[in-house]
Design a protein around this ligand. Structure first.
Ligand SMILES: [Zn+2]
Length: 156
């Protein structure tokens, strides 16, 4: 991953409700994916209203407008591979009451705040990024697990 582009790829567990609202926005038939939409004031207003309408009640007011618009822009620029991963992350998050790392409280170390996708069957053994082969994990535990089997990692 290039260092220059990696910053916009990092999302935290705290970002997930906003990311989900953005995903819904991109499904909106009225949403035009042009740069001008975010540059013109009218377009910005429309985007903000839609996002706020898509956010869960308890998250309204949680995100600053600049952060919302920046996140919409970053989401739009995701390449196909990263978009696929982002959509899998959000699919996992939708199924959870509380979105948190799969390894939280299962091993001795604290979680980090960044969201990652951990492949149950690791990439080195041909495991792919699919909903079935992944769990939500923080980036720290994803790194720590490496190529260990999930159960082997728990027992540490
Ligand atoms: Zn964790």
């Amino acid at each position: 991953m290039a260092k220059r582009s990696s910053k916009r790829l990092i999302i935290t567990f705290d970002d997930l409700p906003l990311q989900e609202a953005i995903r819904k926005l991109f499904e909106d038939s009225e949403f035009v994916r042009t740069e001008s939409l975010l540059i013109e004031e009218e377009g910005r207003e429309w985007v903000l209203q839609k996002i706020i309408a898509n956010l869960p009640r308890e998250c309204i007011g949680k995100y600053r407008f600049e952060r919302i618009l920046l996140s919409v822009n970053q989401f739009r620029k995701l390449n196909r591979e990263h978009l696929k991963k982002r959509l899998i992350i959000l699919e996992h998050a939708r199924k959870m009451t509380v979105s948190e790392c799969f390894y939280r409280n299962k091993i001795g170390t604290e979680c980090s705040s960044e969201v990652d996708l951990d492949r149950v069957k690791p990439g080195k053994r041909g495991g792919e990024y699919t909903v079935e082969n992944t769990v939500l994990s923080c980036s720290k535990h994803n790194r720590q697990r490496g190529c260990k089997e999930v159960v082997e990692f728990w027992r540490q």
